[in-house]
Design a protein around this ligand. Structure first.
Ligand SMILES: Nc1ncnc2c1ncn2[C@@H]1O[C@H](COP(=O)(O)OP(=O)(O)OP(=O)(O)O)[C@@H](O)[C@H]1O
Length: 506
């Protein structure tokens, strides 16, 4: 979220000598330095080394012979300004925010957030979004590359706040799949639009009837589809002056039966001329077809699936012989998890509750957030995680998408995400969910680690398919050598922390 990353201040240029250096030289120290720094470790071999004809005697988990970790010979130090100057990087931009034609007051908002330069998706999307007459857009870009700002800037640019009446009548509607994401987007608009007098933002998420407002007297509404649908039906939300509709995590919204139907019903109640904007890091082919119907004749920004992984995320896996060993490995990892912030993704609410119960009983401090928890209780958990009060969060796919907490340096896939494929004999991975989950770390040029636990041949096979699908490397870490596990994770986390500390003090 923007407000968590308010002080990134990239500087121009940077020689090769600047960028290639020893790790200990990589800590930002000088007061004239303004760019946060990250360190990219070199990559070793991957899951492709599995040889099924040579099973190990230790059972399924131990069968997984993958790569051995290699000490990187050197590390490459990269500054945000360097990333943004590299045309192949999703953070690259040839333009400035000024050149994109944004209002002075919005530029001021961006400046207070430390946004110096647009990212690629912002540079490409904004001219398409802000043109007149407005055109629909289907926009795709890697996780953590600034899609939120792309759609928020278009909305802010289109606001008419000249009268009290217009300030209090919704002109833009943003739909998100979860209350956490809706609240996060509200936070971004509040900071980005802070210099626009009269801007009022309303949140439409499930709430007790008692706390629900009688009318949404606001200029922008952000909410979840079910609540928004209900509010329009009950005339709490007046849709007649809406000019822009955004679906964040659009593929997920359109593909899920309940959410998809709600989005379609909401859209049917909006003005016909509304600009429809769909954003996500992923648009699988079958959802792309719905997207074309939902946002007809749209401009498109799309990526090949091989282009979707984020370079700064180091992807690893750990062999576990069974579920109990998964738990033991998690407990072993705990000391490392608390160095930064970490998210543990599990398959079911029940396993989230069980892991939380066991870890708390053993004296560890962890929080858990699943769909089983309601309303303001959920807000308290995510707020504690954002503030760093809770450093380890156990969750299900409910938080797999969109959540932006810049201190997350480690993501654990306790279970490899699996697609529900009725009638299929083989277990298939959920490629999109894998990508969104690991994308909770490595935000906007930062570095992070994603570790997947693998406890069966099936899980190994799913992870191999994920690697193949995204043409990425997922390296094996040897759980017989915890010193090595610790060394590789700490190295990455330490650098993320150095960066975070530096950003905070700059
Ligand atoms: N131009 C910019 N300069 C500096 N930081 C930026 C810029 N644009 C976005 N950011 C920061 O990058 C982070 C990620 O942005 P955002 O949450 O919009 O990513 P996203 O593309 O929507 O990711 P996801 O697909 O995971 O939802 C945020 O912390 C945001 O403040």
């Amino acid at each position: 979220m923007a407000s968590e990353n308010p002080t990134e201040t990239p500087q121009a240029g940077g020689s090769l000598e600047d960028r290639i250096s020893k790790p200990e030289e990589s800590k930002p120290t000088g007061t004239n330095e303004t760019a946060p720094r990250v360190v990219v470790a070199s990559v070793s071999r991957d899951l492709g080394n599995y040889s099924p004809e040579k099973p190990s005697p230790d059972g399924a988990g131990a069968e997984l012979r993958g790569s051995e970790l290699q000490e990187p010979e050197y590390t490459v130090e990269v500054k945000l300004s360097d990333l943004q100057a590299d045309p192949n990087n999703p953070l690259f931009s040839a333009k400035t925010f000024e050149e994109l034609g944004l209002d002075e007051r919005i530029l001021k908002g961006l400046s207070t957030m430390g946004f110096r330069k647009p990212s690629k998706v912002q540079e490409r999307a904004l001219p398409l979004l802000m043109g007149n007459p407005p055109k629909n857009l289907v926009g795709q870009s890697q996780s953590g590359t600034g899609k939120t700002a792309a759609f928020v800037l278009n909305i802010l640019s289109r606001m008419d706040l000249t009268s009290e009446q217009s300030q209090k009548t919704p002109q833009a509607l943003i739909l998100a799949p979860t209350r956490e994401l809706a609240r996060q987007i509200v936070g971004v608009i509040q900071v980005m639009g802070q210099f626009l007098d009269g801007l009022v933002i309303g949140t439409a998420v499930p709430a007790d009837t008692a706390t629900r407002p009688a009318r949404m007297d606001c200029s922008i509404v952000v909410g979840t589809p079910g609540t928004v649908q209900d509010m329009i039906k009950k005339r709490i939300l007046n849709p007649t002056q809406l000019k822009v509709l955004v679906l964040d995590e659009a593929d997920n919204m359109l593909d899920q039966q309940g959410l998809g139907d709600q989005c379609i019903r909401v859209k049917a109640m909006l003005p016909r001329t509304i600009q429809v904007v769909l954003f996500s890091a992923t648009f699988p082919t079958h959802v792309h077809r719905y997207a074309e119907k939902f946002a007809p004749s749209a401009n498109e920004i799309t990526l090949q699936h091989e282009e979707l992984t984020v370079e700064g995320i180091k992807q690893l896996y750990m062999d576990c012989s069974n579920d109990e060993e998964k738990y033991m490995n998690l407990v072993q990892l705990y000391g490392l998890l608390t160095v930064g912030s970490s998210i543990i993704f599990v398959k079911t609410r029940a396993s989230a509750a069980e892991i939380e119960r066991r870890m708390v009983a053993e004296g560890h401090t962890v929080a858990s957030l699943t769909g089983g928890i309601e309303g303001s209780q959920r807000d308290a958990v995510i707020d504690a995680f954002r503030s760093g009060e809770a450093k380890v969060l156990i969750t299900t796919n409910v938080l797999a998408r969109g959540i932006d907490v810049s201190t997350v340096s480690l993501v654990v896939n306790y279970d490899v995400p699996e697609a529900f494929t009725p009638g299929s004999r083989s277990r298939e991975p959920d490629y999109q969910t894998y990508l969104h989950r690991i994308g909770r770390t490595g935000r906007f040029g930062r570095i992070g680690v994603a570790i997947s636990f693998v406890s069966s041949r099936d899980e190994w096979e799913m992870l191999r398919k994920i690697q193949q699908h995204f043409s990425c490397n997922i390296e094996r870490v040897d759980t017989n050598d915890w010193d090595e596990v610790e060394s590789i994770i700490k190295k990455t986390i330490k650098n993320t922390r150095a960066q975070a500390n530096f950003v905070a003090s700059s």
